[in-house]
Write a protein that binds this ligand. Structure first.
Ligand code: SAM
Ligand code: SF4
Length: 447
């Protein structure tokens, strides 16, 4: 029996990490991963449906294999599009044999048995699960930096968002299972951990220990061998000051908070059902700015939400000026199935959404050029991610999550990836920095 598989992943870090768990599970079941769909018997697409464009990608891929190329192959659509579209995928793409959402991945081994037995319509679509997909078989690609899920699903109901429908209700893992995984990662040589969840700060330990997110964050940051801890994503409503206190008192916790605002207009925030006002959001920004260390702040913005007027949009631009974000992701509003915003009046025309996105990105670019230039001359510690051979530079990441590419004398072939090095910033662009490692610096550690 041909047990080769190929997997392509679309979307966010949660999906990237889900794929690591799916790959680990498949390898444990005796399957072998290959690099191309052509070479594989089983072709998996781990999909994203956050915006229409992301959703269309999987159907384009499936279309490519509709005819002869797909003969004899078994196609599996998993993740958010699978959960959202369900059995309709079998109609749109009859050559698909498995449709499963992330809440069903714990049943993957049973679903594989069905596929192997020749079933052509296997589904895993129940959202009625109390479990998180907590598997010991995760296959991580990066040997230094690891994702670790602490909470799955979402109990909010933002008017534009499919996540509550595609990932189901919130399920927090027990603190003991998170700590065991984090300690295992440290033991295996990982030095950086990124805690993941749609809303990490809604984390509530279901065990009697009852830790909140700030406690969990701090404890993970106290594990010997762990040198950096990041987390994403934070919802402003649940973002408590104790998170900043934890960062202040534990230098292992990175100097970066991603705090998606979505809009600078309280009227639009209300219509989005975001559960905070602009002023309440700004209070969180003040906490972050008043921290002892300089903490980078990044955000997500949706342009052209139904009913967003020119004045609302101006309020978002003014917010960028006020906060001075270190980076942002700006998205055109994309109408999504099942969401409240779908039926809202005053949809913003596509050209106007595009104009607003361009304006946002231009405004932010100027802010980033200014902010990054202020770092010239500073020495920052980077975690080395790899080497850009064409440029003869190493690629590093600062605690504030900036890319800092640098030269390091006489080391063209040295294995610096995974090391922590001090680097002086010599140049700045809007999206990255360039520097040189501090004279005579030696890797603090190379794992
Ligand atoms: N849980 C996070 C929060 O509350 O901010 C966001 C998670 S969501 C996967 C990532 C980002 O996608 C959101 O912050 C939002 O900006 C964007 N997004 C979600 N739904 C969208 C839609 N229908 N159209 C455009 N952007 C969307
Ligand atoms: Fe989507 Fe809102 Fe939940 Fe974030 S909090 S995942 S934007 S519903």
């Amino acid at each position: 029996m041909d047990k080769t598989f190929y997997i392509e992943t679309f979307g966010c870090q949660m999906n990237a990490h889900d794929s690591e768990k799916v790959i680990g599970t498949l390898l444990h079941q005796g399957y072998a991963q290959v690099d191309t769909p052509e070479a594989a018997h089983y072709v998996f697409y781990n999909t994203c449906s956050i915006r229409d464009k992301a959703e269309q990608k999987v159907f384009n891929r499936l279309q490519q294999f509709k005819r002869d190329a797909g003969k004899g192959k078994v196609f599996a659509v998993i993740g958010c599009v699978a959960q959202q579209e369900g059995e309709k995928i079998f109609e749109k793409a009859p050559h698909v044999s498995l449709v499963a959402g992330s809440a069903s991945y714990t049943k993957l081994p049973q679903m594989l048995v069905q596929l192997e037995a020749g079933s052509r319509r296997v589904t895993g679509l129940s959202l009625d699960t109390g479990e998180a997909f907590d598997t010991p078989f995760t296959r991580r690609d990066n040997p230094h930096r690891a994702y670790l899920t602490i909470i799955e699903g979402c109990d909010k109901s933002c008017a534009y968002c499919v996540v509550p429908f595609t990932r189901g209700p919130e399920r927090s893992r027990t603190s003991s299972s998170v700590m065991a995984e984090a300690q295992g990662l440290a033991g295996a040589g990982y030095t950086e951990i990124q805690l993941l969840g749609q809303n990490v700060n809604s984390y509530r330990d279901p065990s009697p220990a009852g830790w909140n997110f700030a406690t969990l964050l701090d404890r993970v940051g106290q594990i010997p061998g762990i040198r950096r801890v990041r987390f994403t994503t934070s919802h402003p409503r649940d973002f408590g000051k104790e998170i900043i206190d934890a960062i202040d008192s534990n230098p292992v916790l990175c100097d970066h908070v991603h705090l998606p605002v979505q809009s600078g207009s309280t009227r639009v925030l209300q219509s989005m059902q975001r559960l905070y006002t602009r002023d309440e959001y700004m209070r969180r920004i003040e906490w972050i700015k008043n921290a002892r260390r300089k903490i980078a702040i990044t955000t997500d913005i949706i342009a052209g939400f139904p009913g967003e007027t020119g004045k609302d949009f101006e309020a978002t631009l003014a917010l960028l000026d006020e906060v001075q974000y270190d980076s942002l992701f700006a998205f055109k509003y994309s109408p999504r199935p099942n969401t409240a915003a779908l039926a809202m009046e005053d949809q913003v025309p596509e050209e106007e959404k595009t104009r607003r996105i361009v304006t946002l990105n231009e405004r932010q670019r100027a802010i980033q050029i200014r902010r990054n230039s202020q770092l010239i001359g500073e020495v920052q510690q980077v975690h080395v991610e790899g080497r850009n051979r064409a440029l003869g530079q190493w690629i590093g990441r600062t605690s504030q999550n900036r890319t800092l590419n640098f030269v390091h004398d006489g080391d063209a072939d040295a294995a610096l990836a995974g090391a922590y090095l001090d680097v002086r910033v010599t140049r700045a662009g809007p999206n990255s920095l360039v520097g040189e490692s501090v004279a005579n610096a030696r890797p603090v550690s190379v794992m």
